[in-house]
Unconditional design. Sequence first.
Length: 153
Amino acid sequence: MPAAEIDPRILQKVLCMQNSSFFSNLPFELLLEIARLGEEVHLSSGEALFEEKDPADGLYFVLSGELEVRMGGACVNRLTDGAVLGEIALLDGGVRTATCVARGNVLLLRFEPVLFDEIVEDYPEVARRVLGTLVERFRALGVQLELPAMQEG
C-alpha cells in the first residue's frame, strides 16, 4: 500500500513504533497492521492505567507522555514515548505487578492478548524483545533495591 493511502494517524503510530527498541526492525507492513489493530487509550494527569493486582487486559505501548510505575506505593520507574508495559501479566496470565499512573496527558496503544500471542507466534523476535525488556526492568529494580542497603552500610 503506498504511503499516500495510509491514514496519517496510523502512519504516525508506525513511525513511533519504528523508533522504539521494542518494535524496531519489524517489517513495516506488520507495524502497519499492529498500529491499525491497537486501541488508543487516553489518560489525564493522575489517572491510573491499571492498578497493582488488576487482571491483565493487554500490552501497552506509550505513544506520547509519561507514566509513573509504582510498586507498593513507591515509584520504581518512569516510562516515556516508545516504552512497552504490561508484558509480565500478559506472559504469565497473572495480575498486574505494578500500578501505572499518568504524569500529564498520555496517549497509548493497547493490544489485546490474542493479538500479542499471534505476533509472538509469527515473529519470535518479539518474544526475545519482551524477555529483554523484562531483564532490563529486573536489573533496574535490583539496582534500586541495592542502593538503600549500600547507603545503610
